[in-house]
Write a protein that binds this ligand. Structure first.
Ligand SMILES: NC(=O)c1ccc[n+]([C@@H]2O[C@H](COP(=O)([O-])OP(=O)(O)OC[C@H]3O[C@@H](n4cnc5c(N)ncnc54)[C@H](OP(=O)(O)O)[C@@H]3O)[C@@H](O)[C@H]2O)c1
Length: 380
């Protein structure tokens, strides 16, 4: 065989080996939809061992930030944490609605114990400036943060593709980029609160997601944009980023990163569904969880005493993914694609670039150094 045919053969092999994955394989796709259907049918049975509301331990010494706590799952998370004694910060884009909720909760709580220790701070995840300013204001208190719950999210079902003023596809920004920036910028406070936890309210729908790191905004035309593509990709990106963040944080920092699935829950997330589908949603309450039921996996991840040990074990075993807690509060495995370590690191790098942080931002923050961010107060 001539040397030229050998090298062309090698070239071909190389191009086969290096062929970029451009979507989920059909088996992964079918499996993803199977998981979704299974969860829909059996989530209530799987979670039948859980109390509702969930019993929480006394939380008097902890401070928690809950994003998107004016409705649905986040509202339940914030209220239950506060009723168990935690200092809760409702990080919301509509402070008036949050203040009205607090007033109502205080009235309903009166006579049951000390007033709820709960406050409101403004945070709009569609603006990375808002995220950076929020983190700056929180860190300036120089107090500890024990639990950050990245709950806020959107699923603009059937809506045309939209972009934030930062130029990013809205699902990707609200569900992944903004929570990623918030988590990293709050590391100094989470270190002060260590042992501490970052909980990302994810979704079983990440199983049908695929992230193309060269096209995070789904604009190249390689994939047709639908709200399902936007949502599922953003949730998968969040799992992949969380897995790398968990690995990059040294054990001494004492911060654990987890993703949770709340189940399929009746909330405002379905607000964009056609009216007829919304009506059907109301007719099947047996299958769909209430927001209080949907809050249990996040509350479990935020408060269960065995979580740090479990996360440490995954880290020590160099497990490719971070802890993922399912709606029945049991550890589970995220999707096969979430285990793709090479893509996870690409998602990590691309995300840091998009949120305006340097690639060593986490290491520098852990060392107690300041990091510069493209967004926020300093940039004005
Ligand atoms: N419901 C389900 O079946 C389901 C299933 C899997 C995962 N999840 C996840 O659960 C989380 C909570 O959703 P949910 O079902 O409780 O829906 P929801 O009732 O619509 O609540 C979403 C919350 O996020 C807030 N939010 C939206 N955009 C925001 C922004 N730009 N900045 C700040 N806050 C923003 C909303 O604020 P406003 O009230 O101001 O709009 C609201 O408080 C989401 O991450 C969602 O993806 C839900």
């Amino acid at each position: 065989m001539s040397s030229s045919s050998t090298s062309s053969g090698e070239g071909e092999r190389e191009s086969v080996v290096k062929k970029k994955k451009e979507g989920l394989g059909w088996m992964e796709w079918v499996r993803g939809w199977f998981y979704l259907a299974y969860e829909m049918m059996f989530q209530r049975i799987m979670a039948s061992h859980l109390h509702n509301p969930m019993h929480l331990p006394p939380l008097n010494d902890i401070t928690c930030i809950v994003t998107g706590s004016t409705s649905g799952i986040g509202l339940q998370i914030a209220r239950q944490l506060a009723e168990s004694g935690a200092h809760v910060v409702m990080a919301v884009r509509n402070p008036k609605a949050a203040n009205e909720l607090i007033q109502k909760w205080q009235e309903e709580w009166s006579g049951m114990g000390l007033p709820l220790n709960i406050e409101v701070m403004e945070l709009n995840l569609l603006s990375l400036d808002s995220v950076a300013k929020f983190a700056e204001a929180w860190n300036a208190r120089s107090g500890p943060l024990h639990v950050l719950i990245n709950n806020a999210g959107i699923f603009s079902i059937g809506e045309p593709q939209k972009f934030s003023k930062d130029g990013y596809e809205e699902h990707m920004q609200v569900n992944h980029l903004a929570p990623a920036l918030l988590s990293i910028l709050l590391l100094p406070s989470l270190i002060r609160g260590s042992p501490s936890r970052i909980i990302n309210v994810n979704s079983i729908m990440h199983h049908v997601g695929f992230v193309d790191t060269e096209d995070m905004n789904v604009v190249s035309g390689k994939r047709k944009y639908t709200s399902l593509v936007g949502y599922s990709s953003s949730k998968l990106a969040e799992v992949m980023f969380s897995s790398v963040l968990h690995k990059r944080l040294p054990a001494e920092a004492g911060i654990n990163v987890l993703c949770v699935s709340p189940g399929i829950v009746q909330t405002n997330v379905a607000r964009d569904l056609p009216k007829i589908v919304q009506a059907a949603y109301h007719l099947i309450p047996y299958f769909i969880l209430s927001p209080q039921e949907g809050s249990r996996s996040a509350l479990f991840a935020a408060t269960d005493p065995q979580i740090p040990e479990y996360c440490d074990m995954l880290k020590a075993d160099e497990w490719p993914v971070c802890a993922f807690i399912s709606q029945d509060c049991r550890p589970t495995n995220p999707s096969e694609e979430a285990h793709n370590v090479e893509t996870s690191y690409k998602v990590w790098e691309k995300t840091l670039e998009m949120i305006g942080l340097s690639s060593d931002a986490v290491e520098r923050l852990v060392e107690g150094e300041e990091v510069k961010c493209r967004y926020g107060v300093h940039q004005q």
